[in-house]
Design a protein around this ligand. Structure first.
Ligand code: ZN
Length: 418
């Protein structure tokens, strides 16, 4: 496993309050369902973006998640905040083990090779690495400690199954359950079945109770613990990683919209029962990316991979610009024409920032910052930079510093190197 290389982020000067700019980032969060400030006014912003299950390569839908929240990271930094960023990697889970079994690979080797590929894709896309990138298998003790806190609160039980008495969490009894996703019970049951839950498992007290510790099955990895020999459930892994690194009540838990329920709802429920305090202050989700009319997913096999595009010779900055051209909360469809227009944009911007002079950078950057601080409006930011670049390429402006300032700002705020 190679290290996730750091990304240099230029600092670009900004005058606080100039151009009437908001001095905070606001997002339309899933829990608030309206535009609300995220992160503190000063100090440390805590970001947790749920990581991959490493059994298949990084597709455009994953990349959209990590690039979108990379922009949040960058915009917070631009506001002078320190960002603490944690991400997990679900390196022991049913889909990974099933894939390894199908292909005859060792599950650990499969995970390691896919984590390496993910990191190299993220590096190519200039995603600022998390401060903590934590495999579930490295924090089994933390998970067990957290489950013991839930046990002390009387909130877990063993399912009525003599062969596999797995441990479940009484999720729906947690204070505030439902306030992340705002789904009704029927919707929750549907989402739970679709996204890794087991509403129909016999012996559960309630269909929405979620697995926290799975007892050992023959041929599956397992760890000794006070709960018996087994392995963690999915949600509790992220809850433990986030609480032990970012602390309670950190700024944002984020991911694809399909994680709102059950995953983030369950994380929030587990944390509030274990600690008595809220988990994340806000929950933010990106839209779903489709290909050929269907949501891009491993199970359907309709994937466009970052590594495939790059190996075909596409500039990773073209991929990044194609992603940034979509608003993070929108659902959209990947198509080659998006890469073609991103390539034209990249070429134009590159020509403009290498021009000897241009129009002043500061008013343009104020508009870019306004867009990004207001629900990460990357399409607006791109349009504003397009206008600046068109003007420069038309020979307007005599500011010798402007092209260099714009190049640095586009790198700092959008992660696009020109
Ligand atoms: Zn997670």
């Amino acid at each position: 496993m190679h290290a996730w290389r750091p990304v240099e982020v230029p600092t670009i000067p900004a005058t606080p309050g100039a151009y009437g700019l908001p001095d905070e980032v606001s997002l339309v969060t899933t829990d608030a369902r309206r535009l609300v400030p995220v992160g503190p006014q000063q100090g440390v912003a805590g970001l947790y973006v749920c990581g991959i299950t490493p059994y298949d390569a990084t597709h455009i839908g994953h990349a959209f998640t990590y690039v979108s929240f990379d922009v949040l990271n960058r915009v917070w930094r631009d506001l002078g905040l320190t960002v603490q960023y944690a991400q997990n990697v679900t390196d022991v889970d049913d889909p990974l083990l099933e894939r390894a079994e199908q292909t005859g690979e060792d599950w650990k080797e499969l995970a390691t090779s896919q984590i390496d590929l993910f990191r190299s894709d993220m590096e190519a896309l200039r995603v600022i690495p998390p401060d903590w990138y934590v495999p579930a298998t490295a924090i089994i003790d933390e998970v067990v400690d957290l489950i013991e806190q839930l046990r002390a609160a009387g909130s877990i039980y063993q399912v009525d199954d003599p062969r596999y008495p797995d441990w479940y969490f009484r999720a729906a009894q947690a204070p505030g359950f439902g306030e992340v996703s705002h789904l009704n019970r029927a919707q929750m049951l549907g989402e739970f079945a679709e996204h890794g839950g087991d509403p129909d498992r016999p012996g559960k007290e309630d269909a929405l109770d979620c697995l926290v510790w799975r007892m050992e099955r023959s041929g599956e990895p397992a760890w000794d613990s006070s709960l018996g020999r087994g392995r963690p459930g999915w949600h509790i892994e992220c809850t433990a990683i986030a609480l032990n690194r970012l602390g309670r009540d950190f700024s944002v838990q984020a991911g694809g919209r399909d994680l709102a329920f059950p995953h983030h709802e369950m994380c929030a429920a587990e944390a509030v029962v274990a600690t008595g305090e809220p988990f994340a202050q806000s929950y933010a989700h990106v839209g779903m990316v489709s290909l050929d009319g269907q949501k891009m997913s491993k199970s359907l096999g309709n994937l466009e991979l970052v590594s495939r595009l790059v190996n075909q010779g596409m500039d990773p900055m073209t991929v990044r610009l194609a992603l940034l051209a979509q608003h993070y909360r929108d659902d959209w469809e990947w198509m080659p024409s998006l890469a073609e227009s991103a390539q034209r944009r990249l070429d134009a911007w590159r020509a403009a920032v290498h021009a000897p002079t241009g129009t002043a950078a500061e008013p343009t950057l104020a508009d870019v910052r306004y867009g990004l601080r207001t629900d990460l409006d990357t399409p607006m930011a791109l349009a504003v930079i397009d206008e600046w670049s068109s003007a420069v390429l038309a020979g307007e402006g005599s500011d010798e510093a402007a092209p260099g300032q714009m190049a640095a700002a586009i790198d700092a705020l959008l992660g696009v190197t020109l």
